[in-house]
Write a protein that binds this ligand. Structure first.
Ligand SMILES: Nc1ncnc2c1ncn2[C@@H]1O[C@H](COP(=O)(O)OP(=O)(O)O)[C@@H](O)[C@H]1O
Ligand SMILES: [Mg+2]
Length: 469
């Protein structure tokens, strides 16, 4: 029988032994804590996959302290926050109506596979209800075991963390599959694993999707929901519950073998330019937002807090003006990380992916990422290439910037798109400044002398423009 992991917090040795025995008999390995603080510290620092949480309500905060109901209640609240998808059980010697309400009301449920299994987020048992407890943990074990039945192929399961194995099985389970063939897709800078998954049932393949591990749920609304359908690969589901604190977003697959726009810039510029033409037209169909006069600090926020721009500016000799300067802008939902690695081109058509950085702000937030991303993205063919020189970066937004450019049409198109997008010169400069300064936090940029100097030169260009009006 596969063994799963339960955390038990119980200070009373006889009760701890009794519950441990029951959990072990049901198929759980049990880690026991006798006070709230040790449980909290362990759970905060552990990389283990935790499957079930069992708490006594009456607990001491530290070893040797007097136990109280409040400590158990606080621990429950903290644990539920920390583990948004964990099923919890609370034991109480004297459950009154009020406590029942506190422990269970509006805590939600943990559900698997379109409600094939549903558990209360918090289930209360009175001490002595051992039959009921056994029955319940047996059901939890049954659900976990049904997940564990699922086969993983493609990636070597031994190379995956316990969390990632669980996440892939959750994906298969959600689609009604019994096996999942997963292949790692080259991830970007965020470090969230992304897999191309084929979910299979006993009769063959049922779904081919892209699954991505997330640490937070998507906000409803936002760029992805509003972006015209012809240029997005939608997130069709967010999977949670028994995911070890993570979420998994499920995205439709883009085409059969799409090419990142980033790769096309120097291999097939004509296709790249046609693709950004479609992007500009399609994004132009979205609401552009109301014109407003706000501080440049607020305008630049999607790239970096102004305090960071100032601080890093000092470190790299960039004179950053006060963030309180006012500039006109238009704010609307934006992608937030629209570098050309996040645009896949399938049969000449651009499709935007990777909605993890959705934000709201100036149109330039996305246009600048397309424009400048190729100079700074480590996978870019232009990263560290001869063009542009540091001198040219000091002449950004002039014709001189394009001299000797290996993809002049791409960059001219984006210069033009930028010019059409901004509401004020200050808005443009503030965003170039924040974008360039943000690059100075990435190790690849800092390691590479030329790229680092490009970022500094661009930042200086923007800071000087902000200072000169
Ligand atoms: N919907 C999709 N269809 C096809 N390939 C995709 C899709 N989503 C992501 N990929 C591939 O996986 C890679 C990483 O995905 P992405 O969401 O951009 O993650 P990261 O946050 O690591 O940048 C992409 O660069 C792309 O090659
Ligand atoms: Mg990406």
């Amino acid at each position: 029988m596969p063994r799963f992991r339960a955390i038990l917090v119980e200070d009373e040795p006889t009760a701890a032994q009794f519950t441990t025995d029951a959990l072990e008999a049901a198929g759980f390995d049990v880690v026991v804590y006798a006070d709230a603080l040790s449980a909290q510290e362990h759970v905060d620092s552990t990389a283990d996959l935790i499957d079930l949480l069992v708490l006594d309500r009456r607990l001491p905060f530290r070893p040797g302290e007097a136990p109280s109901d409040e400590v158990g209640d606080d621990l429950l609240t903290a644990m539920l926050l920390k583990h948004p998808d964990l099923a919890a059980i609370v034991f109480s010697g004297h459950t009154g109506f009020e406590h029942l309400q506190f422990a269970t009301t509006e805590r939600g449920i943990v559900s698997l596979g379109n409600d094939a299994f549903v558990f209360d987020r918090v289930r209360l048992f009175e001490k002595g209800q051992s039959l009921e407890f056994d029955e319940y943990v047996g059901r939890v074990h049954h659900a976990l075991s049904a997940l564990q039945d699922i086969q993983i192929t493609g990636v070597d399961p031994a190379e995956l963390t316990a969390h990632n194995r669980r996440l892939l099985r959750r994906v298969a389970f959600e689609f009604g599959g019994s096996s999942i063939d997963a292949h790692t897709l080259s991830g970007g800078l965020t470090g969230s694993p992304v897999w191309l998954c084929t979910v299979e049932s006993d009769h063959g393949s049922i779904a081919r999707v892209v699954a991505k591990r997330q640490i937070k749920t998507r906000e409803p609304g936002g760029f992805q929901n509003l972006c015209p359908a012809q240029i997005t690969a939608g997130v069709v589901d967010t999977i949670k519950g028994f995911c070890g604190g993570f979420y998994v977003t499920i995205q439709q697959l883009v085409g059969s073998s799409p090419t990142p726009l980033l790769d096309l810039i120097d291999t097939d510029e004509a296709t790249a330019v046609a693709a950004i033409g479609i992007l500009r037209d399609s994004l132009g169909q979205m609401s552009s937002g109301q014109r407003a006069n706000v501080s440049i600090e607020e305008i630049a926020a999607p790239f970096a807090p102004w305090s960071t721009v100032v601080e890093r500016g000092v470190r790299f000799g960039i004179h950053v003006p006060p963030g309180s300067r006012i500039a006109a802008t238009r704010s609307a939902p934006r992608h937030g990380d629209l570098h050309p690695g996040n645009v896949l081109v399938a049969d000449g058509h651009p499709v935007i992916i990777d909605f993890d950085s959705q934000t709201s702000g100036s149109a330039l937030v996305d246009v600048l990422a397309l424009h400048l991303g190729p100079l700074f993205h480590p996978d870019s063919p232009l990263f560290g290439a001869a063009w542009p020189t540091i001198d040219q970066c000091g002449q950004f937004a002039t014709d001189a910037f394009l001299d000797d450019c290996p993809a002049p049409d791409y960059f001219a198109f984006l210069a033009d798109w930028s010019n059409q997008s901004f509401s004020s010169a200050r808005e443009y400069s503030a965003l170039v400044l924040a974008y360039a300064v943000r690059q100075l936090k990435y190790p690849d940029v800092l390691r590479d002398d030329l790229t680092r100097s490009r970022a500094i030169a661009l930042a200086n260009w923007a800071a000087a423009r902000l200072d000169s009006d």
